[in-house]
Structures are given as structure tokens and as C-alpha cells.
Ligand binder design. Sequence first.
Ligand code: GLN
Length: 477
Amino acid sequence: MTVPIDLTTLTIKKAHDHLMRGDFSALDLAEGYLQNIEAKNKELNAFLEVYANVREQAKEADKRIKAGTATLLTGIPIALKDNILVKGEQVSASSRILEGYRASYDSTVVVKLKAAGVVLLGRTNMDEFAMGSSTETSAFGPSKNPFDTSRIPGGSSGGSASAVAGDLALAAVGTDTGGSVRQPASFCGLVGLKNTYGSISRNGLIAMGSSLDIAGPITKTVEDAEIIFNCLKGKDVLDSTSIELKAESGKLKVKEMTIGVPRNFLEMKGIDADVLANFDASVEKLKALGCKIIDISLPTVPHSLAVYYIIMPAELSTNLSRFDGVKFGLHKDGQNLLEDYLRTRTEGFGKEARRRLLLGAYVLSSGYYDAYYRKAISVRTMIEQEFSEVFKTVDVIVTPTTPTPAFKIGEKTQDPLSMYLADIFTVPANIAAIPAISVPSGFVEREGKRLPLGLQLMGAYGQDALLFEVGKSFEGV
Ligand code: GLN
């Protein structure tokens, strides 16, 4: 290695500058991360698999750098959540039911990352099919939080967050259906972006809730998240719900912005006192940046979680019906076709997956469809309208990202409702299809360990760029 690389302070931007100056090569950089993976992955369980061709990818990146055709992401080592398809590589959504399955094509996200010249390090652990907030529903055991390994890193993109926080990858791409990028980012002291629905193609992501899912970056800085977002965004003919974001409004000066604080949302039970104190301090920082702070009322938005737990399982049960033991992965033999299905799905899916599949089939069944699914869709529309109204008077809405800091492994596994509450602040953005970003906002101390917290910034539909501006100013103070 030319110079020892300090991975702890490295960002995409800094690594790019070093690569351009020739301070180290993409291969040196990849070696640095491979060494860290070797040293720490046993404990963190962040990666399920490191791809065999990491060094070859890095050498290709070095050729591009020499040829002068590098992008900002050329040679940058990135981890992928285990629900993003890479042609020829295994992908399992951390489920037994996809045992042995290899992707037959590249997801659009991966097509774009490869075109930019990134080094794909491997696939990271997650909650099974992205159902969870802790990685504990993974068939391959939980990942650990590098700030305190007796705690979870969050979920469902927990392996991705653990990898970046532990310096096993410089950045990661995860997916967010109800908070799965932002919540683990917050628990691990990182930036997590859930961009406007449709702004990144879902082609080649293993679907959870199709009207809610979005891929998004987990990074150390807002600038890095923006770099990855700019690489991945755009309309894609292979995803009919994808969109081209319109040009920004131009109102990007942070000191001219109005920030809304939804007080009613913060008065609910179960929100940690230290989290509230940290949130108040964050609002003060925004005030010091020159933002105008106003209290807003969002009376329907707190119902988002209830709406989510109807719509998400309904879409999930439809999406996961394709895993029948015939087309993909695991197959268990029974006496006849129906028994094949039953055995494969009973043995292939974990407990949380089965719970949600039953719930989804139930809310869609005749007689209950109107009572649950249709009602949830109506409330979803009300929530969308409530946000649109409020965004006429504010530019950004802020909340804590999570109601508590990272919890202990096993602390919530017996109580699914308390686990679901971890997403109370993140789910509304998915329900309303709007962008939201989690930015590190400080630490709390628990049992002698410093645990990170995050501030969530939500913007109006399509206003992702505005969140980057506020986020960058906020992380600078
Ligand atoms: N934690 C939430 C859930 O369990 C969100 C998951 C996600 O965003 N994929 O559904």
C-alpha cells in the first residue's frame, strides 16, 4: 500500500480526491476494506457474502482512473443490501426460501453503479425480506451495532449500516419501505436517504411493498448521499412507477427556509426523554442557521403506522406469492403440488414473514377488504393531503428519526408491537411518497457507551435537493 489509509475519516468525496491525486489506488482502497471485513465481520455479521471479484473490479477502476474517464464513484467500495440483484451473484433477502438462488440480471441500481465504476464489495445482512427494524428476523442471525455490539444496528438495512459504521464499506445502498434506510442510519451515526417514491428505479430490487419501496444510500455525510442519489436517480423503462424529478424550485438558501415542528407527533407515549432533548437541541441549531421555526399540526399523520401495517402486508403477501418452491430457491417435496407449496413456504419463511403474510392475505380477503384495505387506502390519501397542505407553509418538517436509541439484541423480539413502534417517525414519508433524510444529531450515553441519534428532515414531493441543502448545513454545526 502506498500510504496507510485512514478509513475512519474517509468519505466518498475525500476518497475520490485521493484516487484522482494518486495518493492510493482503487486496489489499495479495496484491500483496506477487505482487511477490515476479515478482522471485524465475524463479530458484526454485517456482510453475508463478499464477492469473489472485488480485486478485479478495483483493477478495472484503476484502469479507468488512469484513462481519465473516472466518475465521482469510480473505485469507491460499496456494500449492497441482500435484496438488490447483481447478475450471477447469490441474493437471498436474508431468507431460507431463496437458498441457492442467483440473480439472472442486474438491477437498474447495479447497472448504474457498475457504469459509474464502483467496487461492489458484497451483500449485507437484513431483516428477512426487509420485515423488521433490527436484522433479528434474518435467517442468518442479527448484525451488531459497532457502537455497542450488545445492541442491534437497526433494520431492515442493518447489515449495511453496520458495515459503513464499522468501516467495512465506505457507503451502502439499502432499501426503505417504512424506515429501513433511515432508522439503521440513525442508530449507527450515519446519513440515510429515503428519496421521493419513484425517483430511483425498483427494477431488480426484491419487492416488499411496491407502493412504498425505494432504494437509498447509507453514507457518512449528506454530500456522499447526494453523490450516490445523483448516480441512481432517473426514469427507467423497466419500472413504470419511476419518475424524472423536476428541476428544483430554486429556493435553496437554508437561512430563508421555514421549518415545521409537528408538536402533536412528539407528545406520544414511548418517546425517550433523551431523544426529545436531543431533538430540541437540533431545532435550536436550525434556528441558529437562520431557519424560521414554526409549530405545525399533523393530526392524521400519526395514523401512518396503522395504515402501513395494512397496506404493507397486503402488498407483501401479493409480492411474496411468487416464492412457491417452483420458480426460485428452496424446494420441499410433499405428496402433491399443494403440499409442496405448504412445506416449502412453511419451512422457507421465518416467523415474522409468516405473520405478515397471513395478515396481508386476511386484509385482502373478501369481506375484510373494505373494512381494512380500502379504509387504509382512504386514510393514506388523507395523510398525503395533510402533508401537501402543510408544505404550502413550510419547506421542511423535522422529527427525531427514531423514538429511542439502538436497543439491545433480544429486547423487542417477543413484542412485535413495540418493534413496530420503532418506525413511528419514518413510516409517514413512505405512506406519502415524500423524501426524508436522517442526519446524525449527537449521542446519548447508555451503560457507558455513546449511542448515536438522528434528526429526520422531510420535504415535499420531489424536493429531495432541498433536504441535501438543509442536511449539509445541519451536519456542519
Ligand atoms: N421496520 C419496518 C418494517 O418492519 C420497515 C421495514 C422497511 O422499511 N423495509 O416493516
